[in-house]
Design a protein around this ligand. Sequence first.
Ligand code: PLP
Length: 387
Amino acid sequence: MPALSQRVSRLAPSATMAVQARAAELRAQGAKLVNFGIGEPDFPTPDPIKQAGHRAIDENFTRYTNAGGTPELREAVAQKYQRDYGASFDPKTDVMITVGGKGALFNAALALLDEGDEIVLPTPYWVTFPQQAVLCGAEVVTVDPPSEQGFTITADALAPVLNERTKLIILNFPNNPSGAVIEHDELGKMVELAREHDAYLVSDETYEHFIYDGEPLSASAFGKDRVIIVGSCSKTYAMTGWRIGWAAGPSEAIKAMEKIQSQSTSNPTSIAQKAAVEALCGDQSCVAEMIDAYRERRSVIVDGLNELPGVSCHMPQGAFYVFPDISDHLNDDIPDATAFSTYLLEEAGVVTVSGLAFGCDGHVRFSYAASMDEIHDGLERLQKVLS
Ligand code: PLP
């Protein structure tokens, strides 16, 4: 067999793969598992958005669009940032529509990173960030914010690792997996740090609206120089399968990213783009309803986890994950978070994701994008095996 590329061999096997494979095996044997592993809303896509998709098909809006997305959707994205954060993006040059937020992140990595460049990631990071960087030959530098404060990153913590090789900093708030949100002023300082070091700052705002105790915030409020905002319809509008995200930032970066997209996926699905216009411009009450439900689930799961022996769970400010500290349970037989996650699966039939996947041992991620019944069932099972 001809050799595979060096690029692909640099990719690490997923830390979650073994647990996921075992969960699939147990399910196939008829086991009833409680799934806290999946990072996906359990709500259906709201009806008006689905109807816009139907209309697009009926009206034969089924052809290629511009590689960077339809003018209508680019305009909707630009208006959203103007309305919400007073940011001015020219929809023609500063915005592109991508195949999910993940597509935007990949285009950015390919457009910005060369072999030997450094990319800075606060931990815990979303699993995909380091892998995309490694595919581009970049070196990953991590910064570890204190877990006791819920992993909130500050500019002072970031500053010492920045140097002339730093090309890209990726921030993600509300954070997957910790739910941490960055303070507004700290975010402004981090944007300045990126500019001073001639680096780009990618702000992954996929969970932008999922903030439970404050106002949504966006790096777009600090101007577009050196800042690329990544957004997505996936979580906000329960549209994970539609695959619509975007990037907004300085035109030179967006142009380069669009060039990459034009030679890889081409445009995101035309039908899904029409649905996304409805999502962004239509009635937003569906978002408020989903957020209310997540807020309630957050309290139940955090309280329940804190009642378990040896588990300590910080109240996350946003997203739909909790990332409790389980290090008291680690020992010779269960040496790390992946072994603990496997133990929960085998003994309790509860699916979680090991913190090692996010660069943090001693923690596991629970997604509470699950029904209240599932949350109660899962907590009861955990109480039995951990007591
Ligand atoms: N960024 C973060 C932090 C995520 O958790 C996800 C999905 O889980 C994404 C980006 C990408 O989502 P999508 O490609 O569905 O927009």
